[in-house]
Design a protein around this ligand. Structure first.
Ligand code: NAD
Length: 968
């Protein structure tokens, strides 16, 4: 039956004349070439994405030229991009490109707003096709932007029904098997209705969303409009389902929801909605689609090390689509009064459609029990076939401006030019009917998506494999908690509620510290001569113990340092990573390596530890940094003194206890919580100490470097100092930057953990005309941050570490307010400081800062961001490079040559392009700076351990009386 229905549908589609528009798309020269040349396609689509932000012909030409001259790209024949083009020719080229892109956009986007789209909607109706209007939008980064979206939706809902009421009646489009359905159908994206949608705080997000959505739904109810909740990224799926159900229970509007068959969870989710609808007696429509964010979901899951939420084969999605469709169809309500789900089928695949039509017939339903939906500008032949067959067919019609429309447009372009596109196969490549209608239900032995994650360590090879260490596999970063998963969220919340910080007085005395050094020094030879694999085993065991206690450790960090949930979780993951990573990289140092293959000469090199190490750590990564330096020293065979920051000794004590539990001998590790100026200073100067690993401020770091330069007579070595210090990090926002990404990336980099990261962004340099819009959006986005108690999941901004820090930050705000203009300083809710017991300083943005200002040069270490202007990208780079600190930096730009220039000339230890500048991962982004940011090789990098050891070489003459083994 499926084959028969499919063949009929296909035949009618191919016979249709109305499909010319879609067919023409593929014959378009640029698209045609894109499908032939993958490298060209990538660059062309990247250019298309940047295009709307480019304001002049010069800049359009310049970017196009830049993209299409990337290595490996061949522009289509006749596409003259010669460097020598004169102004006129450039203008013509820019105009041609603008015309092409606008033309493409117009195929998929019906107008800039509902009013301009009306003629197209009316024409559709005349052609026998109904619609669902969707407002394209940029990422909503502020509450102001969310208000604007809400207003636009309300305008649509209040005005559209009046206009469409004048159109001629069409029973096929206005009724289903149970009776009348609304003419006006509007799709909403929940992420556009609040700047604070985050599954980590599902309840808070739903509360915020309901405030804006409920009035929209009430208006929809009054005006007889169906509101469809679109489905976006997987991370928002559960939240969207929950919100949808609660909205339906609150307002009795005509309700629709999109669900995605590419999700592995699609069947359970579908059943959940069906059960809910039956239970509550609510009738709703589900638009079943395959899903538009497949690449993103796959890429993101792999980067995070999380299970891939989507099927990995297109075929699996197609099969799931049929299964879910059948499930909905079989349980479709048969009477007006019973609760249940009515199906709208969003597909351009004749096989998927035929399968659903067959299921409808089998279930004894009339064809109007389901509705077909297709995208505007796609599959027009199939729409004509649907009309021909007397089916209800609806177009999903996006409206909006060019910039917000680009993400949508690029998704459509990718889809249409993909080799997996059914439409392309069906109408351009003219594949055979059998192939097009082949069943997707197949069993496979392996699942590439599952394999991809399972084999991550081998594929990425982030570390050497040390057979004697851990699981014998290469290192892989510990996946962070996925707070979109309710069980993970709940377990974490319970841990936070239970946690208490061990009480540790910073009362170690100088004498005690010295005694500890002497004790460890006596143990040095034993620890040095312990096989490295035994030492590495301690690290792997410690990682395992930390993994078992992960949420508890995060909770202690939250309570002791004021970190928010995600920040604390990342701190613990990083600590685990340091253990696993250094355990593996140590193997390379301690296995003797033979140099050359000379007969009669055996050359070997290996490393030995240095002696007692003193670790002096800061409070801002109270577990990760303390752990990283400590385990690096230990695994290399150096007995280690841990002198934690005075603000966070509790978590450091837990770390030491874990290391002891993991098998570290009592005499190889000493926990010495004391005051930096006395105990720290004495440790640094102790003649029995061979090595200092310090992370902290510039002033203390330089003091340590100086102190270690003094070598008393009783000290038979020169001390080694590893010294990581501060930063004054800049992000450049270029003219072609994606502002959605730049605003959110800068906000996170500047204000995550209140800017108390050495990697934090404290200067943002905006190039050219973007300045005012960027600043306005950044200020709006910053106002959306929630200042609160860090034990609560919805808090973005917790306290600063202590009163001294608060005082210093406030002084800088006063200085900055004189140097520039105070744009925003978030208020602290009354009573919060008393409740949390720590001081707060609200995120602050100061504009009009110039390179010579103090705010542009001195490390503040708090949530204060200075905004600078630059006339050109070159000037921005010069400003960025103008401080003595050289730690992190970032660039948001869509101009390839600017990214190249930044790679070359933005002189910092860690440069991040088109992303935030914090959150370096062990083994993936080895971390550390130079200049006044430190002397030392990157933490979490291949060279790091070399600093904890000394190399030795042994050469043996193996020749005796002219003979040596090995001569052939
Ligand atoms: P800090 O320099 O005040 O303290 C760091 C450690 O040094 C603490 O354990 C402290 O007790 C100890 N100390 C203080 N005076 C000492 C002395 N005279 N002799 C020996 N030890 C002494 O720094 P902090 O406030 O804890 O941390 C914030 C600083 O750390 C910022 O400047 C930040 O940029 C920097 N930091 C750098 C990195 C990096 O990797 N480059 C990472 C994190 C933090």
């Amino acid at each position: 039956m499926i084959q028969k229905k499919g063949a009929d549908f296909l035949e009618r589609s191919r016979a249709s004349k109305s499909g010319l528009l879609s067919a023409a798309f593929w014959s378009d020269k640029l698209m045609d070439w894109s499908m032939k040349d993958e490298a060209f396609k990538v660059q062309l689509f990247r250019f298309v994405d940047a295009f709307p932000t480019l304001k002049t012909s010069e800049s359009i030409y310049d970017h196009l030229q830049d993209y299409l001259s990337q290595p490996g790209v061949t522009p289509p024949p006749g596409f003259n991009l010669g460097m020598g083009l004169g102004g006129l020719a450039k203008g013509i080229m820019a105009k041609t490109m603008s015309g092409q892109i606008t033309g493409m956009a117009e195929k998929f986007i019906a107008g800039t707003d509902a009013a301009s789209a009306l003629p197209q909607l009316k024409k559709l109706w005349k052609d026998g096709i109904c619609f669902s209007v969707d407002l394209l939008g940029e990422a909503c980064v502020s509450e102001h932007e969310a208000d604007l979206y809400a207003k636009k939706y309300l305008d649509l809902i209040e005005n559209l029904p009046r206009t469409v009421a004048e159109w001629a009646a069409n029973a096929r489009l206005e009724s289903d098997h149970l009776g009348a359905i609304p003419r006006t159908n509007v799709s909403i994206k929940i992420s556009s209705l609040s700047s604070r949608v985050d599954p980590i705080d599902t309840e808070g997000s739903i509360r915020g969303l309901m405030e804006r959505i409920v009035p929209i739904l009430e208006s929809a109810k009054r005006n007889g409009v169906l509101i469809n909740f679109d489905m976006e990224q997987f991370a928002l799926k559960d939240l969207t389902l929950e919100l949808f159900m609660r909205c339906c229970e609150r307002v009795n509007f005509e309700a629709g929801l999109a669900m995605q068959a590419y999700l592995r969870s699609a069947e359970q989710d579908a059943q959940r909605i069906i059960d809910w609808a039956k239970r509550t007696g609510r009738q709703v429509t589900v638009r079943l689609v395959k899903g538009a964010y497949w690449d993103y979901e796959t890429i993101n899951a792999e980067q995070q090390g999380w299970p891939v939420p989507v099927w990995s084969r297109k075929l699996d999605t197609d099969a799931c689509f049929e299964r879910v469709a059948k499930r909905f169809i079989d349980q479709t309500p048969r009477t007006k009064t019973e609760g249940g789900v009515k199906l709208a089928l969003g597909s351009h695949n004749a096989r998927s459609i035929a399968a659903a039509l067959a299921a409808v017939e089998k279930a004894g339903l009339t064809p109007n029990a389901i509705e077909l939906q297709m995208l505007h500008g796609m599959g027009d032949q199939m729409k004509a076939a649907s009309v021909d067959l007397g089916l209800r067919i609806r177009e999903y019609v996006p409206v909006g401006e060019m910039i917000p429309g680009m993400a949508y447009l690029v998704r459509r372009l990718l889809e249409n030019t993909s080799n997996e596109s059914w439409l392309k196969a069906g109408f351009m490549d003219n594949a055979s009917t059998e192939r097009l209608l082949a069943s997707p239900h197949r069993e496979f032995a392996i699942d590439p998506g599952v394999e991809r994650i399972a084999k991550g360590p081998e594929r990425h090879a982030l570390s050497p494999v040390a057979p004697a260490v851990g699981d014998g596999r290469a290192f892989f970063t510990e996946p962070m908690r996925n707070f979109a998963v309710s069980e993970q969220r709940e377990r974490f919340a319970q841990a936070v509620a239970r946690a208490s910080v061990p009480t540790v007085a910073n009362d170690a005395t100088v004498d005690q510290a010295k005694a500890a050094v002497a004790r460890l020094d006596r143990f040095f030879a034993t620890w040095r001569d312990t096989p490295y694999a035994t030492r590495a085993g301690v690290l792997v065991k410690a990682a395992q113990l930390m993994r078992q206690r992960r949420d508890e450790l995060s909770a202690v960090i939250i309570r002791e340092s004021g970190k928010t949930w995600r920040e604390a979780d990342a701190d613990v993951c990083e600590a685990i990573d340091f253990c696993e990573y250094y355990a593996r990289t140590a193997a390379e140092l301690f296995e003797p390596q033979r140099l050359g293959r000379f007969v009669g000469e055996l050359n070997q090199v290996w490393y030995q530890p240095r002696g007692v190490a003193v670790v002096i750590s800061p409070w801002n990564f109270p577990l990760a940094i303390c752990c990283g330096m400590t385990v690096a020293a230990l695994v290399c065979g150096n007995p280690t003194i841990v002198k934690p920051a005075e603000q966070t000794p509790g978590i450091a004590k837990i770390l030491c206890d874990i290391l002891f539990e993991a098998g570290c001998p009592r005499d190889a590790l000493a926990f010495v919580p004391g005051v930096g100026e006395t105990v720290g200073a004495a440790l640094v100067r102790d003649a029995k100490v061979a090595l200092i690993a310090f992370t902290g401020s510039k002033s203390v770091g330089l003091d340590i470097v100086q102190a270690c330069g003094v070598t008393p007579p009783e000290q038979p070595w020169v001390k080694k100092v590893i010294c990581e210090m501060g930063g004054k990090n800049a992000i450049i926002v270029d003219e072609s930057a994606d502002l959605d990404e730049a605003v959110l990336g800068v906000r996170q980099s500047a204000f995550g953990f209140c800017g108390q990261k050495c990697s934090a962004c404290s200067r943002v340099i905006v190039v050219g005309g973007n300045h005012d819009l960027f600043l306005e959006r950044l200020v709006g986005a910053t106002k959306a941050l929630v200042v609160g108690d860090p034990t609560l999941p919805g808090t973005d901004i917790g306290p600063v570490i202590d009163d001294a820090a608060a005082r210093k930050i406030r002084e800088y705000i006063a200085i900055g307010s004189k140097e520039g203009r105070l744009e925003v300083q978030l208020e602290i809710p009354a009573g919060l400081e008393a409740k949390v017991g720590k001081p707060y300083v609200g995120p602050t943005i100061i504009s009009g800062i110039r390179p010579e200002h103090r705010l542009a040069n001195e490390e503040i270490f708090g949530p204060v961001l200075g905004v600078l202007r630059a006339q050109s990208f070159e000037e921005a780079l010069a400003i960025a490079n103008a401080t003595a600190y050289k730690l992190t930096g970032g660039v948001f730009s869509r101009k390839p040559s600017h990214l190249d220039a930044a790679r070359r000339d933005f002189r910092v230890g860690n440069l991040y392009l088109n992303r935030g500048i914090t959150g370096a991962l062990v083994g993936r982004q080895p971390f550390g700076g130079f200049g006044m940011s430190g002397v030392g090789s990157k933490a979490g990098g291949r060279d790091y351990l070399l600093q904890f050891v000394e190399p030795r070489a042994v050469t043996e003459n193996t020749m005796r009386r002219g003979f040596a083994p090995g001569l052939e």
